[in-house]
Design a protein around this ligand. Structure first.
Ligand code: 5AD
Ligand code: SF4
Length: 474
């Protein structure tokens, strides 16, 4: 009697996923032989930098399985990594998902997956299951590392796979990932959020705050540096509270000091900072650093202390302005950018005037302005006194006008200087130009060639064009 050999699927991670990737790869190669063409995969990202980083991990797994990555949605595997922070983000996803139905009709073996923040909401999953039956895989934010396993289940069962976890489990390290740029990388330093700002859905869809071990972060950045990365962006919903949940607590500033030691890394960025947790230790570390970029994204949300209280933000207009003052004292040329929400429930014209006043006093280099969008399940969605659309739009327009005026003034402060620019790409509109960023994150276009991409070049900033510069390499 022969025994059939059934290899044991590893139970521990990430070995289990690597095993399944190999298994899928064999099946995919067979399929490619039958079809006589390569199979392609497309990852579409909605939303923030966290999602962009998750998409790199999804792309890494798909590539390991053997798919050729493409930007086109005419692919054999298409995955939408969704955002739900505001209602209009959801509407965009449904529009695009509808269009995939025709593509699948033409390519019946196409697999369609949807994952990310939107899928952590039960009503959205129900909507996909009932109205978008061409979707093959549905999963959330906590189990993206299991993509190979979910594809395997879909193939062996022939049925739609829905796997949304309501809670985060441990952090799985060392999965593949496909970096979008060879010279810069996003590095998660923590996941989730514990702040429960009253308008925000993120803590519900991304789970509780967890920090990665410093040694894992350092190892990832060392590997990136060995691969030619010169700029890292440290990612977390609230990087200023990094390390508090570790067995051996470490502050964010201490983590930065360790990253500063890594050879090859020339620029360190991070986002997002919550004003309530921004320490003097961090300010001092930035002031003393050669690598940390002089840029602070510091969401204001509202300039009214009364509204900030209702938002559960734990700072006031005065303490925010004091923080800005201390940042500028320590780092005089620092760029400060922000997020602002207009039309939070109960916002009066006086409250809104306070927001305008803070914008005027700080002089942000740039500001993302948002119209308040009620998210079901968040406290603010059930607050009385939601603001009528016409009032919100009028305030939004006035805010935008001030933001643009102040930002053009702020950005122009570098005119005539020569500063280092990390070149990122050939200019979209004029191929004789390249486009890069200053340490302060301001865009610069100047005559150059593709070989400059990924290099830091000194550029004379000749002309300020509002939010960007035209310059020449020195
Ligand atoms: N409505 C409008 N804007 C929001 N943001 C978060 N939640 C909402 C909401 N419900 C904004 C905040 C945050 C940014 C990422 O998105 O300004 O900083
Ligand atoms: Fe949302 Fe506030 Fe957490 Fe940012 S800090 S993700 S705005 S709850």
């Amino acid at each position: 009697m022969y025994k059939t050999y059934t290899p044991q699927i590893p139970a521990s991670e990430p070995q289990r996923q690597y095993y399944l990737m190999e298994k899928l790869k064999a099946g995919l190669e067979e399929r490619e032989r039958q079809l006589g063409r390569p199979l392609t995969a497309c990852v579409v990202t909605f939303g923030c930098q966290m999602n962009a980083r998750d998409s790199e991990k999804l792309a890494g797994i798909l590539e390991q399985i053997g798919y050729r990555l493409t930007e086109s949605e005419d692919a054999d595997f298409v995955i939408f990594n969704t955002c739900t922070v505001r209602e209009n983000a959801n509407l965009r996803v449904y529009g695009r998902l509808g269009q995939l139905k025709n593509k699948k009709a033409k390519n019946p073996q196409m697999l369609i997956a949807i994952c990310g923040c939107m899928m952590q909401e039960e009503k959205e999953v129900e909507k996909i299951r009932s109205s978008f039956r061409h979707v093959d895989l549905i999963f959330g934010t906590h189990n993206i590392y299991r993509l190979a396993e979910l594809i395997d289940q879909r193939i062996s069962s022939g049925k739609t796979v829905v796997d949304v976890w309501d809670k985060e489990k441990g952090i799985v390290e060392d999965l593949p990932s496909e970096r979008k740029y060879f010279f810069k990388s996003g590095v998660n330093i923590m996941f989730g959020c514990n702040n429960f700002c009253s308008y925000c859905i993120v803590p519900y869809v991304r789970g509780r705050e967890r920090s990665r071990e410093p040694k894992d972060i350092i190892r990832e950045i060392e590997r990136d540096a060995a691969d030619g990365v010169v700029e890292v962006m440290l990612l977390g919903q609230n990087v200023n509270s990094y390390g508090k949940t570790l067995d051996q607590p470490l502050t964010f500033a201490q983590l930065l000091q360790q990253i500063e030691q890594i050879d090859g890394i020339e620029r360190i960025r991070f986002m997002t900072s919550h004003p309530k947790d921004l320490s003097q230790e961090l300010i001092d570390t930035m002031a003393g650093s050669k690598k940390i970029c002089p840029h602070m994204h510091l969401p204001l949300q509202s300039g009214s202390s009364r509204i900030l209280k209702m938002m559960n933000r734990h700072y006031t207009k005065e303490s925010y302005l004091d923080l800005v003052r201390r940042l500028r004292n320590a780092c005089p040329d620092i760029s400060i950018t922000t997020d602002i929400i207009v039309g939070f429930p109960g916002e009066t014209e006086e409250d809104f005037q306070e927001t305008l006043e803070v914008v005027d006093r700080v002089g942000y280099d740039s500001a993302y302005t948002f119209i308040y969008s009620p998210r079901s399940g968040t406290p603010a969605a059930s607050y009385e006194d939601q603001i009528p659309d016409d009032v919100v739009h009028d305030r939004f327009d006035r805010l935008l006008a001030l933001v643009q005026k102040k930002s053009a003034q702020a950005v122009s402060r570098f005119a005539g200087q020569t500063l280092p620019v990390l070149v990122e790409s050939i200019n979209d509109h004029d191929p004789s130009l390249v486009t890069g960023r200053l340490g302060s994150n301001i865009l610069v276009h100047f005559p150059g060639k593709a070989s400059m991409i990924g290099k830091i070049v000194n550029v004379h900033l000749q002309e300020c064009k509002g939010f960007y510069y035209l310059g020449t390499a020195e």
